[in-house]
Design a protein around this ligand. Structure first.
Ligand SMILES: Nc1ncnc2c1ncn2[C@@H]1O[C@H](COP(=O)(O)OP(=O)(O)O)[C@@H](O)[C@H]1O
Ligand SMILES: [Mg+2]
Length: 265
């Protein structure tokens, strides 16, 4: 867990690890971002909320250069990502891992081969060192012994956990989770939420989580950012969502775990 800060909405005056400044992005005539500004601080878990198709995935893809911003600045670890050539982006992707919405495992490869894929790509180490790392990360996600299985032999929850094992194999400093609990049953939702929290606690990683699930949001987040009208309309704690002067933000987050707890108190 990160140290509790008296005002967690300002990062305690710290330099952000990641920052978006006046980011613009459109696909043809369709404007996704007009002026997106957001800071992410080391060690925090920040959740991005927003309606379907508002640009949540686009935002985190721009951060690792899978999509290019049209304007504005995106910085990670003090580097400007928007103008970084492909080679530099590979370095960024070593430090910022993404758990894709679909887990994006290669069906023809075993669990072990899937996890070794990025390790090989980044010349991570010898075969025995990679085997050891595979065993380690599978244990972290509670999938020990599943090296030789194929994705088709796994449930949706297990696939997400293997996807997460693959994402953390490179020892990233930042993990991006794109809808990590969507389509999972409640047991697996809790398990994934628990993993997000324990990775933050055990590895001290910084996390950006995109979710639709308000309970997950209130369970894992230190702060919440909400997309609305082509910008980041709100950033703050779970409790602060209910005091936001934008009705949409209050509506969207109402009924989440934190707001329910607040009602009972
Ligand atoms: N590569 C792309 N080319 C064209 N349009 C895209 C592309 N990626 C996303 N979009 C569009 O941008 C909008 C935001 O997408 P996305 O970020 O995936 O939404 P969500 O908030 O549901 O994650 C959607 O309307 C989507 O159709
Ligand atoms: Mg998405």
């Amino acid at each position: 867990m990160v140290e509790l800060d008296p005002d967690p909405t300002d990062g305690g005056g710290a330099t952000p690890l990641i920052s978006f400044r006046g980011v613009r992005k459109a696909f043809g005539p369709k404007v996704i971002y007009e002026d997106a500004t957001l800071d992410v601080f080391a060690g925090e878990t920040l959740t991005i909320l927003g309606g379907s198709g508002t640009g949540k995935s686009v935002l985190i893809k721009m951060l690792i250069g899978l999509l290019r911003a049209d304007g504005g600045s995106i910085q990670a670890f003090g580097q400007e990502v928007t103008t970084l050539p492909e080679r530099g982006l590979l370095d960024i992707r070593k430090r910022i891992a993404m758990l894709f919405q679909s887990a994006a495992l290669f069906d023809s490869l075993t669990v072990e081969q899937n996890i070794k894929y990025p390790l090989r790509e980044h010349h991570w180490g010898t075969e025995p060192a990679m085997n050891e790392r595979v065993a380690e990360v599978l244990e972290m996600v509670g999938m020990e012994g599943s090296q030789k299985l194929k994705p088709s032999e796994l449930s949706g929850g297990m696939r997400k956990r293997v996807g997460l094992a693959r994402a953390i194999a490179m020892k990233p400093e930042v993990i991006l989770y794109d809808e990590p609990t969507t389509g999972l049953d409640p047991v697996n939702v809790r398990r994934i939420n628990g993993l997000i929290l324990s990775l933050q606690a055990r590895l001290g990683v910084t996390s950006i989580v995109v979710t639709h699930d308000m309970d997950s949001c209130f369970t894992v987040s230190d702060r919440i950012a909400m997309l609305y009208e082509r910008r980041i309309a709100f950033v703050g704690t779970a409790e602060a969502t209910q005091e936001c002067d934008i009705p949409y933000v209050r509506e969207f987050t109402r009924g989440g775990k934190g707001t329910l707890d607040a009602d009972v108190v």
